[in-house]
Design a protein around this ligand. Structure first.
Ligand code: SAH
Length: 284
């Protein structure tokens, strides 16, 4: 990867202000998996409301190196305690409730979280593995977040639901970096000219030189007849233009063409041809 490094993780107001709250988690392995999911996404502020078993070996084993998140986790005895100082509370739910509540998808939740974070802590509340959050708990929330899963099978594993929401928080955070242009991590690198590609794109002049050379070789080896071109060069041009050749690739292709010419005219052995290739590409 040639992507520039991100700014230092974890010392950002936004990341400090996001509080992941797990209510009465019964499997401590899930708590560990949540810690891992959070740390992967640059978050570390975990609150546990009445966990059945914590801390324990299973949670640390499943955290897989995110033990600092578990070490710093706050254990409290009620949801109220976990959210009392928060300026925004969003509860997650796998299904609709009797009285519908304002419900948003994870990307909107991430936007709202980042809008509110400068004003104070933002809680994202996740429910019990067996029956989620109670109606009373959900009514403590400004919004409900629903991950738009398969309606026939809508309930995700707790840690996976946390992962999805934290991923959206991170995407939103990365988009806001670098003076509003977003993080280099979000930019695709697919061809020469894109940030991070290792060799500069070939200039037009070099590409045209290659096409002329290619055409000449195809004539030399009787593959192409200029009097009956059959769109051959058009199609080959389209092929290579689609590839967006870089300077090194042009050198390699020119080296191959030179080798073909030498070997087809019997002027040189294959050995010489490969030397020509090496000379052209500058590689050993
Ligand atoms: N059986 C429970 C779901 C428990 S899943 C129920 O029907 O409510 C455990 C937790 O994972 C949920 O409380 C919620 O916090 C989260 N979760 C699972 N699937 C979700 C989804 N599709 N959208 C939002 N949160 C989800």
């Amino acid at each position: 990867m040639h992507k520039p490094a991100l700014p230092q993780e974890g010392n950002d107001t936004f990341q400090d202000q996001i509080r992941i709250v797990l209510v009465e988690t019964s499997h401590s392995g899930n708590i560990g998996a949540v810690a891992r999911a959070m740390k992967n996404m640059g978050l570390g502020n975990l609150w546990l409301v009445n966990p059945t078993s914590f801390p324990d070996e299973t949670s640390y084993a499943r955290s897989s190196g995110a033990s600092d998140v578990l070490d710093n986790a706050r254990v409290v005895s009620s949801l109220d305690e976990a959210i009392t100082d928060c300026v925004l509370v969003m509860g997650t739910s796998a299904r609709g409730r009797k009285v519908p509540w304002p419900v948003i998808a994870p990307p909107d939740a991430a936007r709202k979280a980042s809008e509110h974070a400068p004003a104070g802590p933002v809680a994202l509340v996740f429910g019990r593995e067996n029956h989620g959050l109670s109606n009373e708990e959900l009514q403590r929330c400004h919004f409900h977040i629903h991950i738009p899963s398969n309606p026939e099978y809508s309930s995700l594993n707790l840690a996976m639901a946390v992962q999805v929401v934290c991923y959206e928080l991170r995407m939103n955070y990365l988009r806001g970096l670098e003076g509003g242009e977003g993080s280099p991590y979000l930019k695709a690198m697919t061809a020469p000219g894109d940030a991070g590609w290792d060799v500069p794109p070939a200039p037009v002049n070099d590409v045209e030189g290659f096409f002329s050379h290619l055409e000449q070789v195809l004539v030399d080896i009787d593959f192409h007849r200029r009097e009956n071109p059959r769109q051959l060069m058009t199609r080959l041009r389209r092929l290579f233009q689609r590839a967006r050749l870089d300077q090194m690739e042009i050198n390699i292709l020119r080296g191959i063409l030179t080798a073909v010419q030498k070997s087809s005219t019997g002027k040189a052995s294959l050995e010489n041809a490969s030397e020509a290739d090496e000379a052209a590409t500058g590689q050993e």
